[in-house]
Design a binder for this molecule. Structure first.
Ligand SMILES: Cc1ncc(C[n+]2csc(CCOP(=O)(O)OP(=O)(O)O)c2C)c(N)n1
Ligand SMILES: [Mg+2]
Length: 535
């Protein structure tokens, strides 16, 4: 008879969760042994934080769920940021963590801090950043929730903690395979008054977010909306849909960090139809009433709580429909607006132009780009907004964590040879250790070096009388420590080249993109270059 840890891994691998990221330790070694035994892939990352980022990138690029594995105590505490990055972006994930054995897992009971070695209340820490947490203190408990757990593998962030001695418990009988029921849509209808508003609107704008672009039927949905003559703007999370949307309707990427034509059209619109996006502050700016001032909003989201939250924030002018993107688009399939004419042209501004020179050469239909944080991230989406077709750019959209992109790139590169990573010089040190894996997976890295935290200095210029504390290498009161980026990266045996902004030419770009090996290019950007914003 097999033991519980073996059963859990067997179940996961049978259901297609066959790739795991983690760091070894006494309380999780048994899980890892079983992954190899059942022919799964175990990738030992070098800091637990990055495991969740790897899983995030892996899912965005493959649509598959990954597992991440940690030992008790610091293993799990280090992992929280990565888990949170998945939770906030609705990236499904399985987290497996060990726990000290039952007899020693009693700190809660004794109201003390720690009894077993590295005994930490993992699930309490994970609870706010996951959909489901489960403590397994006897194997029966797993058997009871097994079906529900396996059915949610492609939907939820699930954290399972198994005590060390329970991992070893032998199961009494052979378990049956579980068949996963696929979700059936119930037939829902939209209220006639909302339909009337959509029909009567003079200049409606669709805003498509990740709930549209990551929908498994995005191609089919785009074919419908392409015929409707309704202008389409995308959020950062929706940018991937660029490759499906008809250029006649497309007005670009919108948002407070993406000045351009899309914002202008939205400002004049009388009806915003927001499909699968949040309309949170990082998209619409600080003041809700300033967003699309003249428009009513129809908000479509499959999460009822998101719908209620949006209603609370926008009040009377918003009505919500608790539908999935597909249910909604199919319900308004036959609505067609009058022809629209767009003059979609956004201007290139420095240093966005540096990224445009790369993005326009990156094959858009087979590559993925990961971008990181700060000004570098905004410039990445501004560059995508200047191109008709740009490869999908992904990031830790909602958590916005520095040190994400170089990890997520590797998660994606496991099944894709065309992965590009854009990251700022300030964020590289956050997870520099994972550069060792970049090399192995041939990821190409574009680093924008503006001598520190450019976006923070932009804020300090606006609100802190240009006192650049902790954000550059020269402020006398508090500066970042110096290090040689090129030398560090070269120590991982990655060819690294420094280019000044006026040296960047087509030959360098082509050589970089076509290279069969991992390479890094550090582009020197002006210290005071800012992100142009809107509104
Ligand atoms: C883990 C984490 N810590 C702090 C922040 C706050 N923060 C956002 S961007 C940024 C600076 C990023 O610097 P860099 O990567 O060089 O990008 P730049 O703005 O210079 O382009 C900081 C400190 C964050 N987003 N994530
Ligand atoms: Mg920087």
């Amino acid at each position: 008879m097999i033991n519980l840890s073996e059963q859990i891994i067997k179940d996961l691998i049978e259901k297609g969760v066959n790739t795991f990221f983690g760091v070894q330790g006494g309380a999780c070694a048994r899980f890892i042994d079983n992954i190899i035994k059942y022919k799964g892939t175990y990738i030992p990352v070098l800091n637990e934080q990055s495991a969740g980022f790897y899983a995030h990138g892996y899912h965005l690029s493959t649509k598959k769920t990954a597992g991440i594995i940690f030992t008790t105590g610091p293993g799990l505490t280090n992992a929280i940021t990565g888990i949170a990055s998945c939770y906030y972006d609705r990236i499904p994930l399985v987290v497996l963590t060990g726990q000290v054995k039952k007899k020693l897992n009693i700190a809660k009971k004794t109201k003390t801090r720690m009894v077993g070695f590295q005994e930490v209340p993992h699930l309490d820490l994970c609870d706010p950043v996951s959909d489901l947490t489960l403590k397994i203190d006897k194997s029966k408990k797993y058997l009871k929730m097994r079906k529900n757990f396996l059915e949610n593998l492609s939907k939820k962030v699930q954290v399972i903690e198994v005590q060390d001695d329970v991992q070893r418990e032998k199961l009494k009988k052979k378990l049956k395979k579980i068949n996963i029921n696929s979700l059936k849509f119930e037939k829902k209808i939209i209220s006639p008054s909302i339909l009337r508003d959509i029909k009567n609107s003079k200049n409606p704008v669709y805003i498509f977010g990740a709930g549209f672009s990551r929908h498994k039927d995005v191609n089919e949905l785009s074919k419908i909306t392409n015929k409707q003559n309704i202008s389409v703007a995308l959020t950062w999370g929706g940018q991937k849909a660029q490759n499906f949307i008809n250029k006649k309707n497309y007005i670009g990427i919108f948002g407070s960090h993406n000045p351009g034509y899309a914002n202008e059209v939205i400002e004049k619109s009388d009806l915003i139809i927001a499909v699968g996006c949040s309309l949170l502050q990082h998209q619409i700016g600080r003041i809700n009433s300033n967003f699309a001032k003249k428009a009513n909003i129809v908000f479509i989201n499959n999460d009822l709580n998101e719908c209620k939250r949006a209603k609370y924030q926008f009040g009377k002018r918003l009505s919500f429909i608790n539908f999935d993107a597909k249910e909604f688009i199919f319900s308004i399939k036959n609505i067609i607006q009058k022809k629209i004419n767009h003059n979609f042209e956004n201007k290139t501004v420095y240093p966005v132009s540096n990224l445009v020179s790369f993005f326009k050469k990156i094959p858009h239909n087979k590559s993925v780009i990961f971008s990181d944080a700060g000004a570098t991230l905004s410039w990445s989406y501004q560059a995508a907004n200047l191109l008709k077709n740009c490869a999908p750019i992904y990031t830790a959209f909602n958590l916005h964590s520095m040190g994400y992109a170089n990890c997520a790139s590797i998660g994606a590169a496991i099944q894709n040879d065309n992965v590009f990573c854009v990251i700022g010089d300030g964020s590289v040190p956050m997870n520099i250790q994972e550069f060792a894996w970049l090399k192995r997976y041939k990821v190409k890295i574009i680093i924008l070096d503006n001598q520190g935290y450019g976006i923070i200095r932009q804020t300090q210029r606006a609100y802190y009388s240009s006192k650049f504390y902790g954000s550059d290498f020269k402020n006398n009161s508090s500066k970042l420590p110096n290090f040689n980026l090129k030398k560090i990266i070269e120590s991982y045996d990655i060819k690294t080249r420094i280019v000044n902004k006026n040296q960047l030419n087509e030959k360098i770009v082509n050589q970089f993109i076509k290279s069969k090996k991992s390479e890094a290019i550090i582009i020197k950007v002006d210290y005071s270059a800012e992100v142009k914003t809107y509104g």
